[in-house]
Design a protein around this ligand. Structure first.
Ligand SMILES: [Zn+2]
Length: 241
């Protein structure tokens, strides 16, 4: 089974960039089907109210229950004090299976990690290059699985890619997704150093083409077993599917 671990969906208020305006899935769903992607993890784009946005994501997931898996997005600072309530609703009412946090807003706080642990959810986190926080998160919450989006940097920061494989290898609960990583050699090193069991295929759709992102994984020319781990089995394990 092929699982795309990173895709956005829904609307936002600011209208200052595609990711604060709208993420429409119609082209994505067609492309993903063509590419042979079975399931996709989806969560809200950057917005002003994640209670509203998570409810919107839930509605869209409910239209494609066989293909979409929802994650609760939240803002660790703005949603401070109500993280448990927000996640509880996402898990119990919407059937969501993880948490998404973006470092452009705030990195995961103790409250966020405690709630993730309480509900047994992985945290997909865009650290925006802040690799130094990863040992702190991973050590403080060894029972929480952290998936680092874009191998640590959407901005092609090679310094981040240089150290990420060793952090992944060092901490059993640290993982990374492959979405938007352009420097191919670093992906190869990450799989080699950390192991295929620590890397998850992700596309960062709908802005990035899931077929193109998936092809990168094929080009790694992994063993059949390792490729299966990266493409879906790791995700299945983390999502308890
Ligand atoms: Zn993203």
């Amino acid at each position: 089974m092929v699982i795309d671990f990173h895709c956005h969906v829904g609307t936002a208020e600011k209208l200052q960039a595609p990711w604060t305006t709208r993420a429409d899935l119609s082209a994505y769903l067609e492309r993903a089907e063509e590419a042979g992607i079975d399931k996709t993890v989806v969560f809200a784009i950057t917005c002003d109210d994640y209670e509203r946005a998570n409810a919107e994501v839930a509605e869209i997931v409910a239209k494609h229950p066989d293909r979409l898996i929802g994650f609760a997005r939240l803002h660790p600072e703005r949603d401070k004090g109500k993280v448990e309530l927000l996640v509880k609703k996402a898990v119990e009412d919407y059937g969501f299976r993880g948490i998404k946090v973006h470092g452009a807003e705030a990195l995961p706080t103790r409250e966020v990690c405690e709630v993730a642990q309480q509900f047994g959810l992985p945290i997909l986190v865009d650290i925006m290059g802040r690799v130094e926080v990863l040992p702190l998160l991973a050590t403080e919450f060894p029972k929480v699985n952290f998936v680092v989006a874009h191998l640590g940097s959407f901005a092609d920061d090679w310094r981040v890619f240089q150290v990420m494989p060793y952090l992944l290898a060092q901490h059993p609960n640290l993982y990374a997704d492959t979405s938007g990583v352009r420097f191919f050699d670093y992906l190869q090193v990450a799989v080699k150093v950390a192991g295929a069991h620590k890397i998850l295929f992700g596309s960062d759709g709908p802005l990035l083409h899931p077929g193109l992102e998936l092809h990168k994984i094929r080009l790694l020319k992994l063993s059949h077993e390792d490729e299966a781990l990266v493409l879906g089995r790791n995700a299945q394990r983390l999502l308890r599917l």
